[in-house]
Design a protein around this ligand. Structure first.
Ligand SMILES: *[C@@H]1O[C@H](CO)[C@@H](O)[C@H](O)[C@H]1NC(C)=O
Ligand SMILES: *[C@@H]1O[C@H](CO)[C@@H](O)[C@H](O)[C@H]1NC(C)=O
Ligand SMILES: *[C@@H]1O[C@H](CO)[C@@H](O)[C@H](O)[C@H]1NC(C)=O
Ligand SMILES: *[C@@H]1O[C@H](CO)[C@@H](O)[C@H](O)[C@H]1NC(C)=O
Length: 450
C-alpha cells in the first residue's frame, strides 16, 4: 500500500514537471516538510526560499526576540516622569496634547532610562501627537490611564493619517494596562463603506509605530480606532503581547494590528474583535510569528491585500500558530489584487480553531476592494509554499476551503495537513473549491477539492 502510494506520487510529481499548470492538482505525501523542499522534491526548482531549513531559520530568528525583551527598563535604574507634572489635566475635556509633547521631549532627551507614566484614573484628551526619536535612552511609556482621541476632524488637517505616532525610536516599551480610545464613531459615519454616497477618504490610524527598532507593546486595550488600530510600519524586532483590540463588527476598515515592511515580529496572546482584519500582514513583512490570537468578530487573519499598486511586493516567513477565530468572515486568508508582482511565500497556518467562520481557509487572487470592477490581468503576486496544518472547526458557509489562484501563475506548494472543517448549520461536509492550486494532502483532510 505504502509502495503503491509512493509510486503514485512519483508519477504525479513527474506529471507536475511535465505539465506545470494543472488546475487544482493533488498528490498524496507523508512528510509535510518534504513538500517544502528537500532532496528529491519537485519543488526544488521553484525557488530559493522554500526549503524547510529556511523555514526553521526564520523561526529561530523570531524566537531570538526573547533576548531583547530582557532589555526592558527596570524601575530601579530608571527615572520616572508623570504627564501630570507637565501640565496634563486628565479630565477628559482639556486638550492635553501640549503636556504630552513636553513630557515626551523630557523623556526622550533624558540621559537615563525613563518610565513615562500616564497614571490610572485619569482620562487624557489628545489631538494628533508625534513621539519622535531618536532618543538618548530607553523609554517605557506606561499607559495606565485612558487616552482619548479628539473627535474634531479639523485637528487632523496637518496629518490626516495618524493620531498617535511613535517614530524612529529604539528600545521603547509601551505598556501599562490602560486604554487608548480612538473615538472612531464620528469617522465611521463619514465612511463611504457606511454611506456609499460619500467620497472614500481614509481616517487616521490610532497608533502607528514607524521606523522603530526593539519595540515592545504589551498589556494595553486599544479600542474604537478611527481606522486601523495599530500600524507597525518599517520597523524591526517587535514584540506585541497581551493586547486587546475592540471595535464594533460594522466599523469600517478598523484593522486590529496591521504590519507593513517590518522584519522580525512576534505577536502573542492577544484578543481582537473588530470590523476588518484582526491581523493584516502587508507587503514587506518578513519573519513574523503570531500565536495565541483570538479573533472575532472581524475579517480574520489576512496576508495582504498585496499587489494593489502594481509594485513588487514581498511577504515571507509568516507563521500563525495557535489561533481561535469566531464568527469572522474569513479564517486565514491570503488576498492579492489582479496585477502586481512579487511573492507571498513560506507561510504556515497551524493549530487553528474555526468557529462559524464564513471562509475558513481562503486564497483569493482576484481580490478587488473598490467601487469599479478590477480588470483581469496577466501579472500577479505569486503564492508559494503555504502549509495549513491542524485546522479544525466549523464553517458558516458551505465552502470551507477556497483556493482561488491566478490562472497565469498557479499557487505552488500548497499543503493541507490534518484539516477537519464541518458546516456550522448543516450536517453535510462543506465544499472545497480550488482553482489553479498545486496542492498536496497529508494526514486526514476534509473537505478536499473535487
Ligand atoms: C538600544 O539597544 C541597543 C541594544 O542594547 C543598543 O545598542 C542601543 O544603543 C540602544 N539605543 C538606545 C537609544 O538606547
Ligand atoms: C474644531 O476645531 C476648530 C479649530 O480648532 C474649531 O474652530 C471648532 O470650533 C472645533 N469644533 C468643535 C465641534 O469643537
Ligand atoms: C453563524 O454565522 C452566520 C453568518 O455569519 C450567522 O447568521 C449565524 O447566526 C451564526 N451561527 C451561530 C450559531 O453563531
Ligand atoms: C475565483 O474568482 C473568480 C473571480 O472572482 C470567480 O469568477 C470564480 O468563480 C472563482 N473560482 C472559484 C473556484 O471560487
Amino acid at each position: 500500500m505504502a509502495l503503491q502510494k509512493h509510486v503514485l506520487s512519483l508519477f504525479l510529481m513527474l506529471f507536475i514537471i511535465v505539465i506545470p499548470y494543472v488546475p487544482c492538482y493533488v498528490t498524496s505525501q507523508e512528510d509535510p516538510l518534504k513538500i517544502h523542499g528537500g532532496g528529491d522534491s519537485p519543488f526544488n526548482n521553484i525557488d530559493d526560499g522554500g526549503t524547510p531549513k529556511k523555514l526553521i531559520q526564520q523561526s529561530t530568528q523570531v524566537l531570538s526576540l526573547n533576548r531583547f525583551v530582557k532589555l526592558g527598563v527596570t524601575s530601579s535604574s530608571a527615572s520616572k516622569l508623570n504627564v501630570n507634572d507637565f501640565g496634563a489635566k486628565g479630565d477628559g475635556k482639556t486638550d492635553d496634547t501640549e503636556a504630552f509633547n513636553k513630557a515626551w521631549q523630557a523623556a526622550c532627551s533624558s540621559g537615563r532610562d525613563v518610565i513615562l507614566v500616564v497614571p490610572s484614573n485619569y482620562d487624557y484628551l489628545l489631538k494628533p501627537v508625534r513621539f519622535s526619536g531618536p532618543c538618548n535612552s530607553r523609554i517605557t511609556f506606561q499607559i495606565s490611564g485612558t487616552i482619548e482621541a479628539s473627535e474634531n476632524s479639523s485637528d487632523y488637517t496637518e496629518d490626516p493619517q495618524h493620531w498617535l505616532m511613535f517614530e524612529s525610536v529604539q528600545n521603547v516599551t509601551v505598556q501599562g494596562g490602560g486604554t487608548i480610545n480612538g473615538n472612531g464613531d464620528t469617522w465611521w459615519r463619514k465612511s463611504c463603506k457606511k454611506n456609499p454616497s460619500l467620497p472614500c477618504k481614509s481616517a487616521p490610524t490610532a497608533v502607528t509605530f514607524y521606523r522603530c527598532e526593539n519595540l515592545i507593546v504589551e498589556n494595553l486595550v486599544i479600542k474604537n480606532a478611527q481606522q486601523i488600530h495599530v500600524n507597525i510600519q518599517e520597523s524591526s524586532k517587535v514584540k506585541v503581547s497581551g493586547v486587546t483590540v475592540s471595535a464594533p463588527e460594522d466599523s469600517p476598515n478598523t484593522d486590529g494590528i496591521h504590519i507593513t515592511n517590518t522584519k522580525i515580529i512576534q505577536i502573542s496572546n492577544s484578543v481582537i474583535a473588530t470590523g476588518d482584519d484582526c491581523l493584516s500582514i502587508e507587503s514587506g513583512t518578513q519573519n513574523l510569528l503570531a500565536s495565541d490570537i483570538a479573533c472575532g468578530p472581524g475579517h480574520g487573519i489576512s496576508i495582504g491585500s498585496l499587489g494593489e499598486t502594481g509594485t513588487e511586493e514581498l511577504v515571507s516567513g509568516i507563521t500563525v500558530n495557535g489561533a481561535h477565530l469566531s464568527g469572522t468572515t474569513n479564517g486565514v486568508r491570503i488576498k492579492t489584487w489582479p496585477g502586481g508582482s512579487g511573492s507571498a511565500s513560506n507561510i504556515k497556518f497551524q493549530n487553528i480553531v474555526m468557529e462559524n467562520v464564513t471562509n475558513p481557509i481562503i486564497i483569493d487572487q482576484n481580490y478587488c476592494d473598490q467601487k469599479t470592477p478590477c480588470k483581469q490581468q496577466k501579472s500577479t503576486v505569486k503564492i508559494r509554499n503555504v502549509l495549513y496544518e491542524n485546522i479544525k472547526g466549523t464553517s458558516a458557509s458551505d465552502v470551507a476551503v477556497s483556493l482561488n489562484c491566478s490562472q497565469s501563475f498557479p499557487c505552488q506548494g500548497i499543503v493541507l495537513h490534518n484539516i477537519d472543517l464541518r458546516q456550522e448549520q448543516e450536517a453535510q461536509i462543506p465544499k472545497a473549491l480550488c482553482q489553479s492550486a498545486l496542492l498536496s494532502y497529508v494526514g486526514s483532510v476534509s473537505p478536499r477539492c473535487p
